[in-house]
Design a protein around this ligand. Structure first.
Ligand code: ASP
Length: 595
């Protein structure tokens, strides 16, 4: 039989003054052990909170010795009596701060090795150390709260979908490799030498097939895998809420999501969101905010400078315009305690250049006149420029000229985001918006053909269908993105359910009929059997939780993420496998990088 231990009767978070006199057993970890001579104060922690345990000066020698031997993060059991703290000892910052437990017996359940870092509210150790000892990192207050928040979010999502009559259906993680945008993770088949499964980039095709099968309201909390190079805050695997519905139009999907986010924010954060979110067309978002995921927590709109730029004597502007390009501006506002030094203007220019700007021209406004930078090319135009841009004394007008609208917009969008963050313009809160009317196709310069901006299963808007092939770049799709605080939170679309139309889209995206049949034949075949009109969306759960937790990295809301080099320092993966395993899979490794 297993050795008995003093099993808890209460958690470390639940005792209050009303429990005075109660005999209890607590189990938990030693978060602190202060020794005041014969007196010991031990903070005992578990998932539910922290309780102060006191070993009084009337304790037996054995108990006192035991208390003195307890090191940080030992896992222990304490039996004792709840007592009220004297008034001056009440700790209002601790939920159990009115009481303490006078220990009668302490048992060590297990010891703890020397800690690589302190288990505190937030862990400031470097990321790889945190991830190597993730089991300890997860004990810190911040991680405990965030994992709980994530649980609450997922729970609320499920509650919402169960209430609204959706089925939760699992789809496979071993799937056919289909070109869906990113690179597939491949899984070699042992049974069929030379053949591979892929891990799904998303359940996209399965959820569409489920619609053909009649499951008209489907959702799933789905794990998705994309074999991409480590960049920014990406993970090789991430979680999305995958949703699909039949017999719906765009607005039905948008309304469902508005109701979902209202429900989740109310239940998890007690926040009331507006019942509908603002809708902005892709074109308007690019023009005003220089981004298809605008942060609406601050203003700073971008404007068209072509009118006054055309009248200037600055060749870079006039030539760009005469060649059909664009000249656009943003006004950096005068801000207390902030100087637009040359160094800072150069930093803004670097931010713009990342997105393709050749430069960032500037002019300051001083005493109602333009000064510095390119102002000499606007001689006598002060009033005109100031009235068009609305710039005032102390402001700086920043201008980008480019032959390509998108590059110009994105460059100024990057400047806008930098100014928003660094000038402290971002208001607290949650600003949702829908971005609609996206282009359906994008031109892939490297490969020299059109490709789907979202994915190839999205419906073109009706008015473009007949002439789609003539100018693919002009076609708008029945696509929508949900944006929150400058992050793309979800993407979705109304889908094609007509074989011929689907084949035409494949062809435009460089998949001739035979290739399309070989890759996507199962979908095309399925569409022969009465496919319903359908559409869906997929919000990212990691990102949603990150925003709700006020974090800037999704790693903070994932229990076991990979590091920035796409490795897991804790269990050291990926790792080499035995030759026998490779043989079974009919694989040979051509070169091992680090041997
Ligand atoms: N499958 C899409 C994605 O993962 C989302 C959707 O269209 O529903 O981005």
């Amino acid at each position: 039989m297993e050795e008995a231990f003093m099993q808890r009767t209460v958690t470390c978070g639940e005792l209050r003054a009303k429990n005075e006199g109660k005999s209890v057993i607590l189990n938990g970890w030693v978060a602190r052990n202060r020794d005041h001579g014969a007196l010991h104060f031990i903070n005992l922690r578990d998932r539910y909170g922290v309780t102060q345990v006191v070993v009084d000066d009337d304790a037996t020698d054995e108990l006192e010795k035991m208390a003195g031997s307890l090191k940080m993060e030992y896992c222990i059991a304490v039996k004792g009596i709840v007592r009220k703290r004297p008034d001056e000892m009440i700790n209002p910052d601790m939920e159990t701060g009115e009481i303490e437990v006078k220990a009668e017996k302490i048992e060590i359940l297990s010891e703890c090795a020397t800690l690589p870092f302190m288990i505190e509210e937030e862990n400031n150790a470097r990321e790889d150390l945190r991830l190597k000892y993730r089991f300890l990192d997860l004990r810190t207050g911040g991680m405990q709260k965030r994992i709980r928040l994530r649980h609450e979010v997922v729970k609320a999502i499920r509650e919402f979908f169960y209430k609204t009559d959706f089925y939760e259906i699992e789809t496979p993680t071993l799937v056919k490799s289909t070109p869906e945008g990113a690179r597939d993770f491949l899984v070699p088949s042992r049974i069929y030498p030379g053949k591979f499964f892929a891990l799904p980039q998303s359940p996209q095709l399965y959820k569409q097939i489920l619609m053909v099968s009649g499951f008209d309201k489907y959702f799933q909390i789905a794990r998705c895998y994309r074999d991409e190079d480590p960049r920014g805050d990406r993970q090789l695997e991430f979680t999305q809420l995958d949703v699909e519905m039949s017999f719906v139009k765009r607005d039905d999907v948008l309304l469902l999501m508005e109701n979902l986010f209202n429900y989740v924010f109310k239940s998890v954060m007690n926040i009331d969101l507006p019942s509908h979110f603002r809708r902005i067309t892709y074109q308007e978002a690019m023009e005003k905010y220089g981004s298809d995921k605008p942060d609406l927590r601050f203003g700073l709109e971008i404007g068209d400078a072509s009118d006054f730029a055309a009248k200037s004597t600055f060749n870079a502007f006039t030539e760009t315009l005469s060649e059909g390009g664009v000249v656009r501006y943003i006004v950096a506002p005068k801000t207390e305690g902030h100087d637009y030094t040359r160094k800072y203007l150069a930093e803004l220019e670097s931010a713009a250049k990342i997105y393709g700007a050749h430069g960032l021209a500037w002019m300051k406004v001083e005493g109602g006149k333009l000064s510095g930078g390119v102002s000499k090319f606007f001689a006598g135009m002060d009033e005109e420029v100031l009235s068009q841009t609305g710039a005032k004394d102390g402001d700086v007008i920043l201008i980008v000229a480019h032959k390509d609208f998108k590059k110009c917009a994105n460059s100024l969008g990057a400047v806008r985001n930098k100014l928003g963050a660094e000038l402290g313009l971002i208001k607290p809160g949650y600003e949702f918006c829908w971005i609609i009317d996206f282009p359906l196709f994008e031109y892939n310069e490297d490969e020299g053909h059109w490709e789907a901006a979202h994915h190839m299963f999205s419906m073109p808007q009706a008015e473009y269908i007949d002439t789609m092939e003539e100018e693919p770049g002009k076609v708008k799709g029945d696509l929508y993105d949900l944006v929150l605080n400058g992050y793309e939170l979800a993407s979705g679309s109304i889908r094609i359910h007509d074989i011929e139309l689907q084949k035409r889209v494949f062809r435009i995206c460089n998949f001739p009929d035979d290739v399309a049949q070989e890759r996507f034949g199962f979908l095309l075949d399925c569409f022969k059997y009465g496919p319903p009109p359908h559409g869906g969306i997929a919000p990212g759960i990691d990102r949603l939780c990150m925003i709700l937790a006020g974090q800037s990295s999704i790693k903070e809301v994932i229990a076991f993420p990979k590091n920035t080099a796409a490795l897991s320092p804790m269990d050291d993966c990926p790792s080499y496998v035995e030759q026998k395993q490779l043989d079974e899979l009919h694989l040979a490794i051509a070169d091992k990088k680090d041997e």
